[in-house]
Design a protein around this ligand. Structure first.
Ligand SMILES: NC(=O)c1ccc[n+]([C@@H]2O[C@H](COP(=O)([O-])OP(=O)(O)OC[C@H]3O[C@@H](n4cnc5c(N)ncnc54)[C@H](O)[C@@H]3O)[C@@H](O)[C@H]2O)c1
Length: 353
């Protein structure tokens, strides 16, 4: 089978995870890279031996050699670039979030239907080993009926600045950046029930805390603390058609004692923790059990998950599978995120049915 010829659009931080995974994959050939910052695109091309360099996505998409693209730009261009790529006959792996608004998500979905091309949403946590192992246990009915799920993804000092904290380019703060991952992961593991109502709150109380000294934190490629008009904290309760509920809190900054990453599900036969590390909870012979799967990565392994995500995408491009992270799922998650922001702004519960 011939190699899948890939172009990567956006050559900032996360592109490194796509580029290094593709470079290791014998099924893939990296043929082009693009960034509006030419030096950054050239640096990536040099590092990975990529022959073609572009500074605008339209020129890259005009290259007939390219079969598929990874979209790794800021959130404000995900929809436009994905639609242009689909219309140019390319398959697309679009970084999360799919886009900023439900209106844009529906336009991307329509373009997928119209062109018949593939769009995989970059819900990379679906491809982590700890998720895949748990998914198998859930599919075999080990947790029974999952009726409650809960995630906390709290950074006490973690506003990356730059475009992340510029609402017009990001579409929001920790909710759209971090919440998108954990909402999707729980919803996927719950069996993708239909969300029927959402209640949420957002807060802008602490700002980006860029005055804090002697403590390092993750910063965007073009870090700039001057602009910050996104929330610092969001929480939400999502109700589903099957009666299940999902509770969430996420922050960029918070007076918390430490950062926290907890992703948990509870069913009528068993429970599970995906993070901070995979654990399965059950009951046998009138005795409660905490089971620890004996696997290499009980927690999210960044490199493994990006390799698995991009390898799955390449195999889908070769027609070997249907994607496990289709555009329809990106649309549903966008609806939940938008409803949380709408609920926070209006102070009311939002119905989605
Ligand atoms: N899956 C994950 O865990 C994960 C982690 C981090 C970021 N992301 C996502 O990846 C995307 C990029 O984030 P990042 O941290 O790499 O940001 P970044 O700022 O480091 O890199 C983005 C790059 O895209 C370029 N760019 C922006 N708009 C462009 C356009 N229209 N055409 C060409 N180039 C353009 C910028 O110049 C920059 O070099 C975001 O959507 C973010 O949500 C995902």
């Amino acid at each position: 089978m011939s190699k899948v010829k890939i172009g990567v659009i956006g050559a900032g931080s996360i592109s490194g995870a796509h580029l290094s995974a593709y470079a290791k994959n014998p099924n893939v050939e990296l043929v082009a890279v693009c960034d509006r910052n030419e030096a950054r695109a050239r640096q990536a091309a040099e590092q990975y031996g990529i022959p073609s360099v572009y500074t605008d996505h339209q020129s890259l998409l005009a290259n007939a050699d390219i079969e598929a693209v990874s979209v790794c730009t800021w959130n404000d261009s995900h929809a436009e670039i994905s639609i242009a790529a689909l219309e140019a006959g390319k398959n697309v792996l679009c970084e999360k979030p799919l886009c900023r608004t439900v209106e844009d998500a529906l336009k991307v979905e329509e373009a997928v239907k119209r062109t018949g091309k593939l769009l995989q949403v970059g819900f990379v946590r679906r491809f982590a080993t700890n998720t895949e192992v748990l998914h198998r246990f859930i599919a075999a009915g080990e947790l029974g009926d999952i009726y409650y799920a809960k995630a906390s993804c709290l950074r006490r000092l973690g506003n990356p600045g730059g475009w992340f904290s510029d609402l017009s380019r990001s579409g929001g703060g920790p909710l759209i950046d971090l919440g998108v991952h954990v909402i999707d992961l729980l919803w996927y593991l719950m069996g993708r029930p239909k969300a029927v109502s959402v209640s949420g709150n957002t807060y802008r109380k602490l700002g980006n805390r860029s005055h804090i000294q002697n403590k390092t934190f993750y910063k965007a490629a073009d870090y700039d603390a001057a602009k910050n008009d996104v929330e610092d904290l969001a929480n939400a309760l999502i109700r589903f058609e099957n009666g299940a509920s999902l509770m969430l809190d996420v922050s960029f900054t918070l007076h918390a004692k430490q950062d926290e990453m907890a992703i948990k599900l509870y069913g009528d036969k068993g429970g599970a923790e995906v993070e901070p590390e995979l654990a399965i909870v059950g009951e046998r012979h009138n005795t409660m059990l905490n089971l620890t799967p004996q696997i290499d990565d009980l927690t999210f392994n960044f490199e493994q998950a990006f390799y698995a995500e991009t390898a799955h995408f390449a195999e889908c491009c070769q027609g070997l599978h249907e994607t496990r992270s289709p555009v329809q799922d990106g649309v549903e998650v966008t609806k939940m995120l938008a409803a949380i922001y709408e609920s926070a702004a209006s102070g009311k519960e939002i119905r989605l049915d």
